[in-house]
Design a binder for this molecule. Structure first.
Ligand code: ATP
Length: 292
């Protein structure tokens, strides 16, 4: 896949329209509280064992770990797309029913762009609004125009997905999440299938939007470099059974620029996270990690 040539995601053109946060939505307050969560699939696979994790307003948290350690399972549970076997999850310190109310909206971005191939970009982006019976009033159309603008796809709204590069398709997928004006964004390895240049560019664009919009992001990745570059925290998981084994704070200030990728600090964090990942991978292979 080639690096896409469209203009960057552009949060600067859109003022931060979030209402002043009531106390429960203030920076540092818990957005997600996962407490003692076990997930056993019907075939007996222990996908999560004793997962405890609190994610606070404004954090950018990556979930990193070997294949099969339960990253996607945990993310889906956070999205309310999967049931826990035992344990509890709270959203904004309340039950799932609070999701969707003002200041407490969540959106999920999948690994593949998951666009409808037969529908033009604009139709794809408006899907969540159509599902919400939003109609096509001027303010609805403006939301779509704004989302297209922010992901740098203005002028591509009448294209079909097959006419876009992989990076542009992911941008469309992010725009589809943005029209819902989310506060919490759950991203399941969204850039894993893209070439490195496109991935780096989208990393920078998502970081800009995250800061501008005041989002909280949970981001699944297999890449140590991507996790360190983006995150304020990297949560490392091990497999068999899936569990959280490390939680590393990346204490580098934002905004982060491509200079950070070639800094000594970046190399140091990558080494630290790589070692944690190696330990986690070894746990999944040893009897210690066995569930029996
Ligand atoms: N619907 C399901 N039914 C049975 N087992 C499942 C199901 N979904 C996932 N699993 C199993 O649960 C474990 C965790 O899977 P999950 O997809 O959450 O891991 P992951 O860390 O996201 O993996 P990857 O990095 O490969 O995407 C794996 O052993 C997987 O095979």
């Amino acid at each position: 896949m080639t690096a896409d040539k469209v203009t960057p995601l552009n949060p600067a053109r859109e003022p931060n329209v979030m209402a002043p946060a009531p106390e429960a939505l203030a920076p540092g307050r818990p957005v997600l509280q996962v407490d003692g969560v076990n997930k056993i699939y019907s075939n007996g696979t222990v996908a999560l064992k004793g997962a405890d994790l609190t994610i606070k307003q404004g954090e950018f948290v990556s979930l990193l770990g070997p294949s099969g350690c339960g990253k996607s399972t945990l993310l889906r549970i956070m999205a309310g797309l999967g049931e826990v076997t035992t344990g509890t999850v709270k959203w904004w310190e309340q039950d799932y029913g609070v999701v969707g109310s003002k200041g407490r909206k969540l959106a999920f971005v999948f690994q593949n762009a998951t666009l409808m191939p037969w529908a033009r970009v604009r139709k794809n982006i408006r899907l969540p609004l159509d599902l919400d019976h939003a109609g096509n009033a001027p303010e609805v159309e403006k939301k779509i125009d704004d989302a297209l603008d922010m992901v740098g796809l203005t002028g591509f709204d009448e294209s079909f997905p097959r006419e876009l590069s992989g990076g542009m398709q992911m941008r469309a997928s992010i725009a589809r999440a943005m029209v819902t004006e989310p506060n919490l964004l759950l991203m399941d390895e969204p850039f894993g299938a893209l070439d490195e240049m496109t991935r780096n560019k989208l990393n920078d664009d998502v970081l800009k939007l995250w800061r501008e919009k005041g989002w909280t992001i949970v981001f699944v990745t297999h890449s140590v470099y991507e996790a360190v570059y983006l995150s304020s925290r990297v949560v490392v998981m091990a497999a068999r059974p899936g569990r959280i084994v490390d939680d590393i704070e990346i204490k580098e200030p934002y905004p982060r620029s491509p200079d950070f990728r070639v800094s000594t600090e970046f190399a140091g964090y990558c080494r630290q996270v790589s070692m944690a990942l190696e330990r986690a991978s070894a746990m999944g292979e040893s009897k210690e990690g066995s569930d029996s």
